[in-house]
Write a protein that binds this ligand. Structure first.
Ligand code: F6P
Length: 358
């Protein structure tokens, strides 16, 4: 994959004023406000750019629904979850006249470029809008951490913290009551939260979309564990986990209007199946949107800030159709064409650790 190393920009090396549109799209997550704040601070402070925010993602661009952003708007937002711009799951290329409406707003607002903060859907839309001639720099965010091309996306670190704390809490009550506790976490296409929080929280079983599970094997494992050395177990299930084809448990995932998973469906099924097969007292906790709310961790605040600064620098250099990405210790740019529509899956090595420690 081609990488563009970011050159160090010295103060006022590049000084020309641009009008930059800014949006957050898709599901919200902690750390978005840190990125918005960084775009405004770096854009206005370093370059004298004007930042025009759009309400509710691409929908706001189509509707021309703007919020001019100044320093007063970003005061005290660093520790605040959600996004001060609002967000929506709306894709202009999927609605009639959507791209034309985006172009009309870009012209009406005299935008030189746009910075789009989002996950797979928003980035895909960004790529389509760039194809229509708009200069775009994207920033990856999603608690699922499944955006290709970057080690981390904004929001993931906080979600893993929340899920780990929840597993820790469930642990003590599981032990007190001799129960099997099933904890369902988010992760539609990839099991990053399940695997990381499962390892950190010491889960006995971790089920991820990357590795279809076998309910017979889980039943056998739990029976053995409870007979041999424990009276409780924690089972972490990613919402996108599925049983292995041809295995003894049939399951078809229920999907919502935008293809989103209905929270609780696989968790309920796994928990009912364990209770039925083993007779163990079993309870389900669905973490759901708790994982997406509240204060970002310092890591997400720092990541959002770094991506925000890098995106403004990139726009100011005339870069377009690229996304900021973390690679090791560095923030780099990757071409949107190389990542749009792809899913970054949990590698086999990490899955192995989750299974080895069960
Ligand atoms: O943004 C990713 C995500 O949190 C997924 O993990 C989850 O399946 C989905 O969003 C939920 O979407 P919504 O908030 O629209 O119900």
């Amino acid at each position: 994959m081609a990488l563009v190393r970011l050159p160090t920009i010295t103060h006022h090396e590049t000084r020309f004023e641009l009008r930059i549109g800014l949006l957050t799209g898709g599901g919200d997550c902690p750390g978005l406000n840190a990125a918005i704040r960084a775009v405004v601070k770096q854009g206005m402070g370093e370059y004298g750019h004007t930042i025009i925010g759009f309400r509710n993602g691409w929908k706001g661009v189509v509707d021309g629904d703007i919020i001019p952003l100044g320093r007063q708007d970003i005061r005290n937002v660093l520790p605040v979850g959600g996004t001060l711009l609002g967000t929506a799951r709306f894709h202009p290329h999927a609605s009639d006249g959507g791209i034309d409406a985006v172009l009309a707003t870009v012209e009406a607002e005299r935008l030189d470029a746009m910075i789009c903060i989002g996950g797979d859907g928003t980035l895909h839309a960004a790529s389509k809008v760039a194809d229509a001639g708009v200069n775009i720099v994207a920033i990856p965010k999603t608690i699922d951490n499944d955006v290709e091309g970057t080690d981390l996306s904004i929001g993931f670190h906080t979600a893993v913290n929340i899920a780990t704390e929840a597993i820790d809490r469930v642990h003590t009550t599981a032990e007190s009551h001799n129960r099997v506790m099933v904890v369902e976490v988010m992760g539609r296409h990839a099991g990053w939260i399940a695997v990381n929080a499962g390892i950190a929280g010491g889960a006995e079983v971790v089920l991820a979309p990357e590795d279809p599970f076998d309910m017979d094997a889980i039943e056998k494992f739990l029976r053995h564990r409870h007979r041999a050395h424990a009276n409780f177990s924690i089972v972490v299930v990613a919402e996108g986990a599925v049983p292995r084809e041809g295995s003894s448990m049939n399951f078809t995932q229920e999907l919502g209007k935008y293809g989103e998973i209905i929270a609780g469906s696989i968790g309920e099924r796994v928990s009912a199946e364990i209770a039925k097969r083993t007779g163990f007292d079993t309870r389900l906790t669905v973490l759901g949107h708790v994982q997406r709310g509240g204060e970002p961790t310092p890591t997400d605040r720092i990541l959002g800030s770094r991506f925000g600064v890098a995106a403004v620098d990139a726009v100011s250099r005339g870069e377009s159709k690229v996304m900021t990405a973390l690679r090791g210790e560095s923030v780099v740019l990757v071409p949107l064409d190389e990542i749009a529509g792809k899913v970054k899956h949990v590698p086999a090595e990490l899955l192995r650790v989750a299974h080895a420690l069960s």
